[in-house]
Design a protein around this ligand. Sequence first.
Ligand code: NAP
Length: 296
Amino acid sequence: MKCLVTGSNGMLGSALCPQLSNKGFEVFMTDINTANSAISYLDIRDFNAVKERVGRLRPDILFHLAAETDVDKCQTCADHAYTVNTLGTENMALACQAYNIPMVYISTCGVFDGKKSGPYNEFDEPNPISIYTKSKYEGEKIVKNLLHNYFIFRAGWMIGGGLKDKKFVAKIVEILKTKDTLTVVNDKIGCPTFTKDFSECIIKVIGLGRYGLYHITNDGVASRYDIACKIVEYINRNDVKVIPISSDAFPLPAPRPDSEAVDNYKLKLLGIKMRPWQEALREYLQEINQDVKAPK
Ligand SMILES: NC(=O)c1ccc[n+]([C@@H]2O[C@H](COP(=O)([O-])OP(=O)(O)OC[C@H]3O[C@@H](n4cnc5c(N)ncnc54)[C@H](OP(=O)(O)O)[C@@H]3O)[C@@H](O)[C@H]2O)c1
């Protein structure tokens, strides 16, 4: 199986590409960020370049990961967000349509408005409230409308990436190098998603050949405060005080839904389980050489 991956240099790409290679896929990695020489340049905004590359390579499957993932930048630069996340996805889907290639699109559990009291499943109607989540959801609709053979995988709050980690865990680990107090928002919830577990699961679902939409997150729901408390506990920093605060005290350009909690409902119906986020977080902290204490 020959596959083309966009956004290979990112947090998810750095977990998915090695796993695909280990499973015997011949992986062609692309990105606009080609710091790693194994990655070739492909800007998903460039329709002609996309068509040419996909037509020349004719992969058996295309993994579309590339996106503008800075939620606040998307809010203040909407044209950029829609150009990358929506039109870029349309370019990939049109190329897949032209050459009859199955497409994998990575979306987000943030597409819901967060007003539901319980977790959202795949049959709940999205109602995105920020430019980032709107631009990603428009991408989903385009993939569905243009293709028969597609997988849309919605991920939760991503954990992973090591040096590529731009998200919450990396930020907390960095702060803890110099501080012994953390002030963390406790009134927004979501489902942490370890890139390694997510990658394993999407390869499994693709292997089933059941095209469609899936939620894939680690098991369990958490606030950022809960995650920070677990990081402090796992790396044995008893000296650190974690103080919960309301998101009102920490205004950001992009609105965040109160709840991004989801159920991996279709995975459950198919008998596929994900491990708890706490186990995944512990393993990730070990991977990035934090001094993790043994579980009780
Ligand atoms: N991170 C999360 O919490 C999260 C949660 C749910 C879903 N997702 C989705 O998961 C996918 C992978 O995200 P990630 O966390 O791996 O994000 P990431 O670390 O930001 O990786 C995305 C990669 O795409 C590249 N890229 C940006 N614009 C591009 C363009 N025009 N053409 C080609 N490549 C471009 C980025 O380069 P630059 O770094 O130079 O911009 C980066 O290397 C995305 O589709 C994202 O929407 C992420």
